[in-house]
Design a protein. Structure first.
Length: 327
């Protein structure tokens, strides 16, 4: 019995040797005035936007501020929810040659200390508080416990942090095979394990997914996925950059807010785990909402049941299921 033959183009595409920083630079050169990032806060007075030109400028500024405190190759933990500074720090670390260690903002001191210690982190970036928890106090405690941490940065004083940047500093040359992030597994069968991920892997992961989704160039994607996970900071963030599109970052998932953002920004793509999608479909105002711009719903992170797919199909968008190798 003979197996069917396939042309190489049918089964694989070549990897692109590109860093996360260069990906942003290319987008800023090709689409400088396109809106790259929208901070989709429920309070519209707090919403901000960045063009690709502005995002690159602020990311390079962030990189120089980081290099005031850290050296290329060092590891820095970010322990924060979906705030726009997260995006600036992701690109800033990439441009500075630092390794970004992502931490779930729901972690508590022992878990955070484990990740910081196990990754050999030199820095800890955090928010002031989250859902009534004094995050800054926990960050100080962990910083004192973990001997490698030399410097902590509070996102709530981000402008002060940026003031430390020396704009005369030349940013380092970063290679596509250099480490970019450490992502931690859930640790359901033991302590979480850190996966060291390089620029080329992260960049191409986002590229292939968005190409396979046929995401139109210059389109809008709404990203409510947590930034500490690859779904948020890789697919949700780097995917639109590849396509010179716009990411609307949702600070915390709320179905009413996501529906508002869909109507206002007219995305072709919305991502969400199954529980998020069920909340959207069950929202009492769904029938009155204009969702006509949507062509794709991207889901994963848990089994996506067939009845949920059929409910989404009835609205018009196709469902694309993605998952990580650790699953």
């Amino acid at each position: 019995m003979s197996l069917p033959s396939f042309h190489d183009a049918d089964v694989s595409r070549p990897l692109t040797d590109i860093t996360i920083g260069q990906l942003l630079r290319d987008a800023a050169a090709e689409a400088p005035e396109t809106i790259a990032l929208v901070a989709g806060f429920a309070d519209t007075s707090l919403r901000r936007t960045w063009t690709y030109s502005e995002l690159l400028t602020q990311s390079e500024w962030t990189a120089r501020a980081l290099l005031h405190h850290f050296s290329p190759g060092e590891r820095v933990v970010i322990w924060a929810p979906n705030v726009p500074e997260w995006v600036l720090l992701e690109f800033g670390c990439a441009l500075a040659g630092l390794v970004l260690v992502t931490a779930n903002p729901a972690l508590r001191a022992p878990e955070l200390a484990y990740i910081a210690r196990q990754s050999g982190a030199s820095g800890l970036i955090h928010t002031d508080e989250l859902r009534g928890t004094d995050v800054a106090s926990i960050a100080r405690t962990v910083s004192d416990e973990v001997g490698t941490i030399r410097h902590t940065i509070c996102i709530n004083t981000f402008d002060t942090f940026l003031d430390s940047a020396d704009q005369s500093v030349t940013l380092p040359t970063v290679q596509a095979t250099d480490a970019a992030q450490i992502q931690y597994t859930s640790g359901t069968t033991g302590f979480p394990k850190g996966a060291l991920l390089h620029h080329r892997g992260l960049s191409n992961n986002a590229r292939f997914v968005y190409e396979n989704l046929s995401f139109p160039t210059g389109s809008v994607a709404i990203n409510p996925m947590p930034m500490f996970h690859t779904a948020g900071c890789v697919l949700g963030t780097l995917g639109p950059v590849w396509m010179r599109g716009t990411m609307v970052l949702v600070p915390a998932f709320d179905p009413g807010l996501v529906l508002d953002l869909i109507e206002q920004y007219r995305p072709t793509l919305v991502a969400g785990v199954p529980t998020m999608l069920i909340a959207l479909l069950d929202h009492p105002t769904l029938a009155t909402r204009d969702l006509s711009s949507l062509t794709t719903i991207m889901s994963g992170g848990a089994p996506v049941p067939a009845p949920l797919v059929r409910r989404i199909d009835a609205l018009g968008p196709k469902v694309s299921i993605v998952f990580g190798q650790t699953e």
